[in-house]
Design a protein around this ligand. Structure first.
Ligand code: GUN
Length: 291
């Protein structure tokens, strides 16, 4: 079994980006600038956004964090987006999800200028991705592709089973794994809560990408020997014995599934760190395209 080490790979990518930023500085160019909009004070979202800002510092990017109260109106949020769209100092920005109930997330994501949409959530960018056009690929799927690429995991002709059809992970992953090229050329099955015979489908899979948020969902009797496992689940399980009051776990029964797997991502330290590295990569791309 080979561990797909997202921590190491993301550090390699951050080092590569740091070198590119240094070259920009040496040439007297403005460095990339990422902004993040955080609405409310959900613990997990605060942690994610904090990690994104810290990652910017690490590679030498400028960053701006805009915090809005959970009571913010849709109009106020749309005004903030309008300002970010117009601000020439900002190369890319993200609206951390989920958003409070009074806000229509679709409307908000559609207000982001596609040229600054480093999350790749705007329909224009999502459509370009589906059509094999060059664009921002959402950070988590981009991170998974990069892990498969750097570890040279064969995907051509393989049966890839994606579990979960979220707009952020499952849906884009199902498109990307079936695209022409590497990683890609897979035969893809997209499964969800209405899928019948889940076990039969996963037992036939060469590659399983699970993004459910259900701890321990994927068990050893659901996979075949040599399977490639990408665990995108990140669930906080309350645990008073830990200083933080919780621990993080994925969708996979790692202890038992890892004994059968050819490759597997750990949680934490797998897909999570890759997501942040790829957001930086998209921001660098946005900066280069803005030149
Ligand atoms: N919430 C969970 N994942 C993501 C992500 O990749 N981007 C944003 N903006 N919000 C998220």
């Amino acid at each position: 079994m080979i561990l797909l080490d997202g921590r190491k790979t993301s550090n390699d990518i951050k080092d590569e980006i740091t070198r590119e930023v240094q070259e920009m500085k040496d040439k007297g160019e403005r460095v990339p600038h990422l902004a993040a909009v955080l609405v409310g004070n959900d613990g997990a979202s605060l942690t994610y956004v904090g990690s994104k800002v810290k990652a910017c510092e690490r590679v030498g990017f400028e960053s701006t964090l805009i915090q809005l109260p959970h009571t913010v109106s849709e109009v106020e949020l749309l005004d903030t987006i309008d300002e970010l769209n117009k601000n020439e100092e900002i190369d890319g920005f993200i609206i951390q999800l989920p958003l409070p109930k009074q806000i229509n997330s679709q409307k908000v994501l559609m207000a982001v200028d596609p040229k600054k949409d480093v999350d790749g959530f705007h329909p224009t960018n999502f459509g370009k991705m589906a059509l094999d056009m060059s664009t921002f690929i959402p950070a988590t799927p981009f991170g998974i592709l990069t892990l498969l690429e750097r570890y040279k995991v064969e995907t051509q002709g393989k049966h890839t089973v994606v579990i979960g059809r979220s707009h952020i992970v499952g849906r884009p992953m199902s498109i990307l794994m079936g695209r022409k090229g590497f990683p890609g050329n897979s035969t893809v099955t997209l499964t969800h809560s209405y899928t019948k015979n889940m076990k039969e489908i996963t037992r036939d899979a060469d590659i399983i990408i699970t993004a459910l948020g259900v701890p321990g969902f994927l068990k050893a009797d659901m996979v075949k020997d040599g399977v490639v496992i990408i665990d995108v689940g990140i669930t906080r399980v309350p645990d008073e014995s830990r200083a933080r009051g919780y621990y993080i776990t994925g969708d996979v029964d790692f202890e038992n599934v890892s004994k059968k797997a050819g490759y597997i991502t750990p949680v934490p330290g797998g897909v999570g760190p890759m997501t942040i590295a790829m957001l930086l990569k998209n921001t660098l791309l946005a900066r280069e395209q803005a030149k």
